[in-house]
Design a protein around this ligand. Structure first.
Ligand code: ZN
Length: 338
């Protein structure tokens, strides 16, 4: 399917939800959807790419945030459980307006001899300002061929789309790991047929993305909580999608939880975790998962890392009454050349 045709089909629900137009220009010309090769108007803030990786340590484990890019994100009309004007007020309190800037992050872990990815970006499924993960990976000094395992938080195209390009594997030696609830739902033709049109459009990108791996026995599913390797395990976080999953990494007494799509609007959802997206599969459970994880991360002082938190997307959380405050990681660049 042509890039922008699919993009415009996916973005409304996956990222842009109820806004049917490409949100970057702020225009709402729906006639562009019927123009064949006309890409959506994009007015990036930057005219040059910049570094797309950030090295961190968790205990002795190398952990590298990889940027897939960023994109303007219109939040108008995509939230539920919020009071009138609340989201705009919270954005304004952080010097933001809609459309905000949405980061798309994945994480690379060097665990023993393995190079492990948590999520894989979007390839060409989401838009021209994202799909940069392979560039970011190479910039960090790792070739796609070296990646051994990819743990997918959920099968939306901005998380799984990056494993495949032009129907071929981007990571030829990797095994894809995904929660069974997630694969049972999105890879099921019967489920696809009976789903409403608003959801139906997610199925084909998920199926196309995993196909080269499934056909070669490199798609593995798991149930609930599994320790895959010493220090790395899954944690069920069902709500945003049927099998949405967190991954927990621990080493040397430190812990980080990769939270996938638990937060889409940091400026609003840390302050009020009850605010949910109208494209959550089950917003009630998504809220519950968010409240529990934020409270637990604050209480136990561990880090979280989010696919859509401002790059590099890792940091701590502090609880202040029923609100939470996001405390991003400090910038560290103190390596010495040997
Ligand atoms: Zn996402």
């Amino acid at each position: 399917m042509p890039l922008f045709k699919l993009t415009q089909a996916i973005l409304p629900l996956c990222i842009i939800a109820s806004t049917l137009s490409w949100p970057v220009s702020g225009e709402t010309d729906q006639s562009t959807q019927t123009q064949k090769a006309a890409p959506p108007a994009v007015t990036p803030i930057l005219d040059k790419k910049q570094a797309g990786f950030y090295r961190m340590k968790l205990g002795k484990v190398d952990l590298i945030a990889l940027s897939d890019g960023s994109m303007h994100f219109s939040v108008a009309g995509i939230t539920v459980n919020d009071k009138p004007g609340e989201v705009d007020r919270l954005l304004a309190s952080q010097y933001e307006t809609s459309p905000t800037n949405l980061s798309f992050n994945a994480y690379l872990i060097h665990l023993g001899t393995r190079w492990i990815l948590i999520d894989a970006g979007s390839s060409d499924l989401v838009g021209p300002t994202v799909g940069k993960l392979p560039d970011s990976l190479r910039a960090a000094g790792v070739r796609p061929e070296e990646v051994s395992d990819i743990f997918i938080t959920h099968l939306h195209p901005d998380h799984v789309g990056g494993i495949t390009a032009d129907k071929k594997k981007v990571f030829p030696n990797a095994t894809i790991h995904v929660n069974k609830n997630e694969s049972d739902f999105w890879l099921n033709k019967e489920q696809e047929a009976k789903s409403p049109d608003t959801i139906k459009m997610f199925f084909k990108p998920a199926q196309d993305s995993v196909r080269p791996y499934a056909e070669t026995g490199k798609l593995e599913t798991f149930v609930d909580t599994v320790e895959f390797f010493p220090g790395l395990r899954s944690q069920p976080a069902y709500g945003h999608t049927p099998g949405h999953t967190f991954y927990v990494l621990e080493d040397g007494g430190q812990k980080i939880v990769f939270i996938g799509d638990m937060i889409h609007i940091p400026s609003a959802q840390f302050d009020n975790p009850e605010i949910a997206m109208n494209f959550d599969y089950d917003s009630k459970n998504a809220v519950k998962v968010r409240q529990q994880l934020l409270a637990d991360a604050a209480k136990n002082s561990y880090q979280i890392a989010g696919a859509h938190l401002p790059f590099p997307g890792a940091g701590h959380v502090r609880q202040e009454g029923s609100h939470f405050r996001w405390i991003p990681v400090a910038y560290i660049n103190d390596a010495v050349e040997k």
